[in-house]
Write a protein that binds this ligand. Structure first.
Ligand code: SF4
Ligand code: SF4
Length: 225
């Protein structure tokens, strides 16, 4: 769970997250898709790379074994359920009102929080995730707030409670938050242990690590130490 002071970042328009990063450079009209080179020195992703990335992941999903697919679906179902429980606490803490008043300040500096796990929640169901907009501070920040539904929002975003929200929680809520956080983090970590590109450090960093290699090559790990 992440707790930070309110308005710690630049202006945005809904909740969640504070980390500033410069891993994405927006140059939508540049034609060279460095993202798919195994020899990446400087990581850059362009708007034009996105459809190819989805095709690449979908090709790998298509050849997943049934056992692997079911394993992933179970992880994603638990993640979705836990995130909805997190959101209940967010609402209880007055998040909807506070964030509207705060103009979503923390999202204004969201950058690379989405993980492969969040994309798989769409792609395994045959759905297309919203395309990122790299001209925005966070590629998923839209005019009406986050364009990702609660159940498919990044871990860093869903677990972020600024001081204003945290102050509204009692000790029982905080304990419940701690339990949920532990469970949610474990589920994300299980996926990341199995597919390193699903690292909680974010999709773009995970892609940089894998380069042109296989994204869904299972390490067969499904237990955390
Ligand atoms: S009130 Fe909402 S938008 Fe403002 S910093 Fe807290 S979580 Fe972020
Ligand atoms: S993904 Fe959504 S919640 Fe997270 S920083 Fe971006 S707009 Fe905010």
């Amino acid at each position: 769970m992440i707790v930070a002071t309110q308005q710690v970042t630049a202006t945005g328009n809904r909740t969640r997250l504070t980390v500033v990063s410069d891993h994405i450079r927006h140059l939508a009209d540049r034609p060279v898709p460095l993202l798919f080179s195994p020899m990446i020195e400087h990581f850059e992703i362009y708007q034009a790379d996105w459809p190819e990335l989805l095709r690449r992941i979908n090709r790998e999903i298509a050849i997943l074994s049934e056992v692997e697919r079911e394993w992933l679906k179970l992880r994603l179902a638990i993640i979705a359920e836990t995130q909805l429980a997190f959101d209940e606490l967010f609402i209880k803490a007055g998040g909807a009102e506070s964030c509207a008043g705060c103009d979503g300040a923390c999202c204004g500096c969201g950058r690379h929080h989405i993980t492969l796990t969040n994309l798989l929640a769409y792609l395994l169901e045959g759905e297309e995730p919203p395309a990122p907009d790299f001209s925005s501070t966070c590629p998923y920040l839209g005019d009406l707030g986050c364009r990702l539904p609660v159940a498919r929002r990044p871990y860093n975003c869903i677990t972020f409670f600024c001081e204003t929200l945290d102050d509204q929680l009692d000790s029982a809520d905080r304990e419940w938050l701690r339990i949920l956080d532990h469970q949610l983090r474990n589920e994300y970590q299980l996926v990341a242990e199995r597919y390193p590109v699903a690292s909680l450090r974010g999709l773009w960093i995970g892609l940089k690590r894998v380069g042109g290699g296989q994204l869904l090559r299972s390490s067969d790990k499904d237990m955390l130490e």
